[in-house]
Design a protein around this ligand. Sequence first.
Ligand code: PMP
Length: 353
Amino acid sequence: MSGFFSEKLRGLKPYVPGEQPKDGNCIKLNTNENPYYTSGRAAAAADSRMLTSLRKYNDPENSLLVGEIASYYSVKNENVIVTNGSDEVLAFCFAAFGGKGAVFPDVTYGFYKVFASLFGVDYTEIPLDKEFKIDAEPYKKCRRAVFIANPNAQTGIYMPPEEIESIVSSDPDRVVVVDEAYIDFGGESVIGMTAEYKNLVIVRTFSKSRSLAGARVGFAVADAALIKDLKRVKYSFNPYNVNSVSEVLAAEALKDNEYFEKCRGLICASREKLVRELKKLGFEVLPSLANFVLAKSAKTDGGELYERLKKNGILVRHFADEERIKQYIRITVGTDGQIDALIAELKHITGAI
Ligand code: PMP
């Protein structure tokens, strides 16, 4: 840290993203990307004509994509904001709604804490229960802005809509942000609830189920007044936050429903296979409705599993600094072929063969 770094930010512990190795040969199951290509229809739309028009600034309102999202989810344009990945809209939510503090689970997406620190938002972490589930009760009593990932990050455990609603309806004067980054892999979205609840923000991403992590597109759906608040933050930071190429890619990916359904069907089936195979090897696997699973071996420590898999060209995620889950590894659901390779390696490591 240089002597110039702001005094206020000296305690900041930045988010550490999963590794993005240069070596294209490894089996990459560490950052919950989609193992299938971006929709061909989307890729074709971002053609050379589009690239030669980059001399102009893009539409700061991203009206094309906002319109597609609004019609896909049956909401109005005024209920949607698009952002540079969902990380950006999450950051905007902390800046806009964290005035009275924030609350989120002790095991969840690691960026919540970082955003809170960056924007000076006082935060409380509420422990997940013994089975790693989110207990709705303490959130109902809390007057701070609530951030919940559903399915939850790192665990993959899903919270049913009635429980989300019980939190949202318990206090109309505080905002509840539901981060549905992984909802397309088996859960039911509560986007529809934004019509009724004026304190609910749903955050979504094109990075996972739409195979567009590198394009950096996310969005939020909420009551028009909340979207206006988020836009106040956006226009105070970076009005041209979603570039025109990514906007077209995302708009076309949303229209390619056939490909989307095919890929998510494959991923959900592969998840079941992964869970089955891990259990055969004696792993404890948390029940996941996401495109990843959190699993623990009865024989081998999480850190050792991570290192030995890495040595053999398979990357998974290990959270060494997170006390409650450091015995576990988080495995992204890849293709069936990738899962076979992972399981074969795990058999060696855990001594099953
Ligand atoms: N929310 C959750 C729960 C995540 O796991 C991630 C991805 N790491 C994000 C949001 C951010 O995704 P993106 O910025 O790529 O949209």
